[in-house]
Write a protein of this length. Structure first.
Length: 225
């Protein structure tokens, strides 16, 4: 479905078909962009690897951390490629893993990297890489990039996820539209129905968050083949 099709679907479902509209087209598009993000977070639709600056991050000698894109919400596999071309598997740990924090390696000593520590906005590599640094290679899942967002300025704009899921996105858009307590359109019962339909199809967010937390807090042993 194109962006214009999604807007038309929203107006049919909400009955917002006569001007002056309750929601302008740009607002509706923002609802659908949020819906796509939510769908990705719940179903891991967009696999990410081998993109410079996103899943391939350069570390200079002695550096501990690198900034990560807010779109990359889940990291399953991590490698470190040193300046000599040698690739090493990294064990992924959450920064909140207290059992790991009590046994951190020496932060002042450089050496062969062994651990990738995840945080909301940064990743840390321990020990820091010696001899010219290298590249952190990540594999995981992300939400759409800015260039992949829906836009009314592009006639061919459509959700980046598979077309078979497009017709279900409106449930989140309608949920957002009817959940604003400051608007006359506030309709919590109807909003709850659309939230339930969205979660029935794309999954429950609490369950998805729990799965990601469990994934981050257990050791990951990566193998190359």
């Amino acid at each position: 479905m194109k962006t214009t099709d999604l807007v038309a679907q929203f107006r049919r479902v909400t009955g917002d078909k006569v001007t002056p509209y309750l929601w302008d087209d740009d607002t509706i598009v923002s609802f659908f962009n949020a819906a796509i993000d939510e769908a990705c977070l719940r179903r891991d639709f967009i696999f990410e690897s081998n993109t410079d600056g996103l899943s391939n991050l350069v570390l200079r000698e002695g550096e501990l951390h690198a900034d990560i894109s807010g779109s990359l919400y889940k990291i399953d596999i991590a490698h470190f490629l040193n300046s000599s071309g040698q690739r090493t598997d990294l064990e992924i740990r959450s920064r909140g893993d207290l059992s790991f924090r009590n046994n951190l390696p020496d932060l002042q000593a450089v050496g062969d990297p062994a651990f990738l520590i995840t945080d909301d906005k940064k990743i840390f590599i321990l020990p820091p890489p010696p001899f010219g640094g290298g590249i952190i290679e990540l594999e995981g899942y992300r939400t759409p990039l800015a260039s992949e967002k829906l836009s009314l300025n592009d006639v061919d704009s459509e959700p980046v996820i598979s077309e078979r899921h497009h017709s279900r996105l409106h449930h989140w858009a309608v949920y957002l539209a009817l959940s604003d307590v400051d608007l006359d359109s506030y309709a919590p019962q109807v909003a709850a129905v659309h939230l339930e339909k969205f979660e029935d199809y794309f999954g429950d967010m609490l369950r998805a968050n729990r799965q990601r937390l469990n994934s981050q807090n257990r050791p990951h042993r990566n193998h190359l083949w």
